[in-house]
Design a binder for this molecule. Structure first.
Ligand SMILES: Nc1nc2c(c(=O)[nH]1)N[C@H]1C(S)=C(S)[C@@H](COP(=O)(O)OP(=O)(O)OC[C@H]3O[C@@H](n4cnc5c(=O)[nH]c(N)nc54)[C@H](O)[C@@H]3O)O[C@H]1N2
Ligand SMILES: Nc1nc2c(c(=O)[nH]1)N[C@H]1C(S)=C(S)[C@@H](COP(=O)(O)OP(=O)(O)OC[C@H]3O[C@@H](n4cnc5c(=O)[nH]c(N)nc54)[C@H](O)[C@@H]3O)O[C@H]1N2
Ligand code: SF4
Ligand SMILES: [Mo]
Length: 722
């Protein structure tokens, strides 16, 4: 019997690569790129093969487990769901609804069922202590979009396949495969820009794999991008503007002019480390290109001025006439369009504040940087219970060691996760979903961020069997039990739960697709999409290039863009005082730490895949040769890195890729913690960079963590120690 090919999109990162998988007798025999995928056209990265390893991983939990004094004990699903909901409701009855918190990690956005059903579960908890990986990632983008365009998910995406000038700040898509920009095979797309006579410029404190492929790389001092962008806008706004159609759609141009008036290239050259002439040239090159797009990502988001950066990136695209046009920054309008759904909030800001530090809510969530203090600080409203859903905050949030201690002190914790890792080891109970190959997949989120309109659905490749529960089933099972306990009557037969359980993700998708702009019930373009049609189109469907969508897609009253939202303009005072007030000297003379991603890592959770861990160890500290000489550090030897909150001991890589005065460590490592059951990962433990990052160092406007630019001291590790 020959193996039959199964086609699906990879769900491991944002690139949505189409895969062609062969399986025989319940085992994957090959994984290749799907040449007929309209978006990825055969591209895939080494992580795709890990879908097989994740599926077969002996450490992956196949049934619920409960922590007991003598170890983890297997439970039946009904008992586990009863136990979990009882434990959570007990905490809430004793201490109030806010005493139970919830943290949603990154893989939720890659999981169709969780995306569609997690909101129901979270509402059932009725807690204000909702956290997610958003506030260690793209929160600044969402806040800027909310204030400028009126909707948190109106995130402009670079039209990379048609642009003539691509200016990248703080992103390394050749390693990360792109973020808030679904564009599989970025290295080929970058090469294509240059091949058609366009220009690619990278602004980054490290000469990255992406910078290596660009026309120009500019080193910038970490955390100073907002100054650089202000100065570029200063230059552009002095010239003649070609806003075109955008002129009528924008408010606040004069306020923007005022905001950048004093930001001359000469003034920001010192703190940014970018010569004034370079800044002027970058600005003029950008403004005079036939089409251009500026794109900022993690490096400009997870820093002290993340929201200012995303505002100024958008503003640069707008004042040069490059928003909502071919080759510029565009808003995708996917077949299933979260922005068009009433159930999806436009955003909100500051409706409530965190109890201890008073940080503002955004979109119904609090910044995860306050999670530990909300657990550890005594008083009314203190967190005593937690649910983590596909998240590993011990390794992924600032001052992770403190989060670790905090989680250990909870009265009750439930984790929905396939692994016993640094975070879930603290849970009283772990509820594991099946592997990605055992569930259907449609990208509810990433079509909204894709550089080309497509749609693609895949059924499960393997049947998870009767003794498995999908994330959405776990979430509904918990919600129903929690409602039952809180209301004092069985809600199983209520319309809500009967309907939700019967619907499941696939029927919800079908309705969403039918209602969408390519849906079966709409006027031209009459593609007539239904789930059945997508199911039949195994390689996905091509729905064409991005098209302009303004002003219709704007959500602000009057359908305009705000070029100068007042809270952003006000935040400039914090920027200037940091770099020109007393704060300057203290960090300018110090080493600062930034992050790093590698093609073979995926945040914290794929280090248990043997194939991905081969080769030279990746968790090393990058140090510039001059700094290494000054500090007495040698390549391969170990260094001690200290920050305000902690210290780690880690091998050094000496390289001039990194800017002088800057050191870099990848995140997601640090697996040598007692009780972690990841046999392969614990052999390559590395250290956690988030034992150095600081929960007090934030973009205070959004509350987003500032991982970039953390002041550190580095010295050679004593040889005799350890
Ligand atoms: N210093 C520093 N820290 C960072 C970053 C950085 O650049 N520097 N990056 C930040 C960013 S951008 C992000 S997004 C966060 C990520 O932070 P998190 O989302 O907290 O962490 P992950 O490492 O993605 O962990 C994912 C967890 O989900 C589990 N999981 C995987 N698939 C599924 C599934 O289908 N269902 C369920 N229920 N569980 C699943 C895994 O076992 C793992 O426990 O890290 C952030 N932390
Ligand atoms: N292989 C792999 N792919 C991934 C992930 C992964 O862990 N591994 N994670 C996924 C996730 S969750 C996300 S959010 C995306 C992130 O996707 P990217 O944003 O492309 O992620 P990074 O590779 O961290 O790129 C950030 C860049 O910012 C630079 N940088 C740091 N500080 C500053 C600064 O102050 N200013 C400027 N201008 N640059 C700075 C860093 O040197 C780095 O090159 O990647 C996704 N894809
Ligand atoms: S780039 Fe991302 S989506 Fe594509 S194969 Fe690799 S992990 Fe999967
Ligand atoms: Mo992320």
């Amino acid at each position: 019997m020959t193996a039959e090919a199964h086609f699906r999109a990879c769900n491991l990162c944002e690139a949505m690569c189409g895969l062609r998988i062969e399986a025989e007798g319940g085992r994957v025999t090959s994984i290749r790129g799907d040449d007929e995928d309209p978006l990825s056209r055969g591209y895939l990265c080494p992580k795709a093969f890990a879908l097989k390893d994740l599926h077969e991983d002996p450490d992956r939990l196949r049934h619920p487990v409960r922590r007991t004094k003598s170890g983890w004990e297997r439970l039946a699903w009904d008992d586990a769901l009863d136990f979990a909901s009882r434990g959570l409701v007990d905490v809430q009855k004793a201490h109030g609804n806010d005493a139970v918190g919830v943290y949603l990690g990154n893989p939720n956005v890659h999981n169709t069922g969780s995306m569609l059903f997690a909101p129901t579960f979270i509402r059932t908890l009725r807690t204000k202590n909702r956290f997610s990986a958003t506030s260690v990632d793209q929160l600044p983008h969402m806040l800027a979009a909310y204030w400028m365009f009126g909707h948190q998910f109106l995130l402009p995406v670079p039209d990379v396949d048609r642009t003539q000038h691509f200016l990248i700040f703080g992103a390394n898509p050749v390693a990360s495969n792109g973020s808030l920009m679904t564009a599989p095979g970025m290295r080929h797309r970058i090469d294509a820009i240059r091949a058609r006579g366009g220009r690619v410029v990278v602004v980054d404190p490290r000469r990255t794999e992406t910078a290596e492929r660009a026309d120009e790389h500019v080193f910038v001092r970490p955390g100073t991008d907002a100054l650089l962008l202000l100065a570029m806008l200063h230059v552009v706004l002095q010239g003649e503007l070609a806003l075109g159609r955008l002129g009528e759609l924008t408010d606040g141009l004069d306020a923007l002019r005022d905001a950048v008036r004093e930001a001359t290239p000469a003034r920001v050259a010192g703190p940014t480390g970018v010569p004034a002439e370079t800044i002027t040239r970058l600005a003029n090159d950008f403004a005079s290109a036939p089409s251009a797009v500026c794109y900022g990502r993690v490096g400009t988001s997870t820093q002290l001025f993340g929201t200012l950066c995303q505002w100024l990136v958008n503003a640069l695209n707008i004042v040069t006439g490059n928003l909502d046009r071919e080759g510029g920054a565009m808003f995708p309008k996917p077949a299933l369009d979260p922005v068009a759904l009433k159930q999806v909030g436009k955003g909100s800001y500051g409706r409530w504040k965190s109890r201890v530090r008073g940080l503002p809510e955004f979109g119904g969530e609090l910044p995860v940087a306050v999670l530990a203090e909300e657990i550890l600080t005594e008083g009314e409203g203190r967190l005593r219970g937690m649910v983590t859903l596909a998240g590993n905050p011990v390794l992924s949030t600032p001052n992770g060691a403190q989060v670790d201690r905090a989680l250990a002190s909870l009265d009750f914790m439930v984790s929905i996760d396939p692994y016993i890792n640094e975070t879930t080891r603290h849970a009283n109970l772990i509820l594991p979903p099946p592997s990605p190959l055992e569930r259907p997949h449609y990208d509810v989120v990433f079509h909204l961020l894709a550089v080309h309109e497509t749609a693609r659905f895949a059924p499960a490749l393997f049947d998870p069997g009767p003794d498995a529960r999908h994330d959405w089933q776990i979430l509904l099972g918990l919600a129903r039990r929690i409602d039952t306990l809180k209301l004092g009557r069985d809600v199983r037969r209520t319309l809500k739960y009967r309907a939700l359980e019967r619907l499941g993700p696939e029927r919800v998708l079908d309705v969403g697709l039918r209602l969408g702009r390519f849906g079966a019930r709409l006027r031209p373009p009459r593609v007539g999409l239904t789930l059945a049609k997508l199911r039949a189109a195994v390689h996905g469907v091509d729905l064409g290039p991005l098209t302009p969508s303004l002003p219709e897609r704007l959500f602000r009253r009057g359908k305009t863009i705000d070029l100068a939202p007042p809270l952003l303009v006000a935040d400039l005072a914090r920027l200037w005082s940091t770099f020109e007030g007393d704060g300057t000297a203290s960090t300018r003379d110090r080493l600062v730490l930034i992050g790093r991603r590698h093609l073979r890592d995926n945040n914290s959770w794929m280090h248990n895949v043997p194939q991905l861990m081969r080769g030279t160890p990746r968790c090393t500290l990058f140090v510039h040769p001059e700094d290494a000489a000054r500090l007495g550090l040698a390549g391969g030897a170990e260094a001690i890195v200290r920050s305000r909150v902690g210290e780690v001991r880690v091998p050094v890589t000496v390289t001039d890729e990194i800017m002088r005065g800057v050191v870099s460590l990848p995140h997601g490592y640090g697996h040598r913690r007692p009780g972690v059951k990841l046999a392969v990962a614990t052999e390559h433990p590395g250290v956690s960079v988030n034992d150095l990052t600081d929960d007090q160092m934030l973009d205070t406007l959004s509350g987003n963590a500032a991982f970039s630019g953390v002041p550190v001291d580095v010295c050679a590790a004593p040889r005799d120690a350890e």
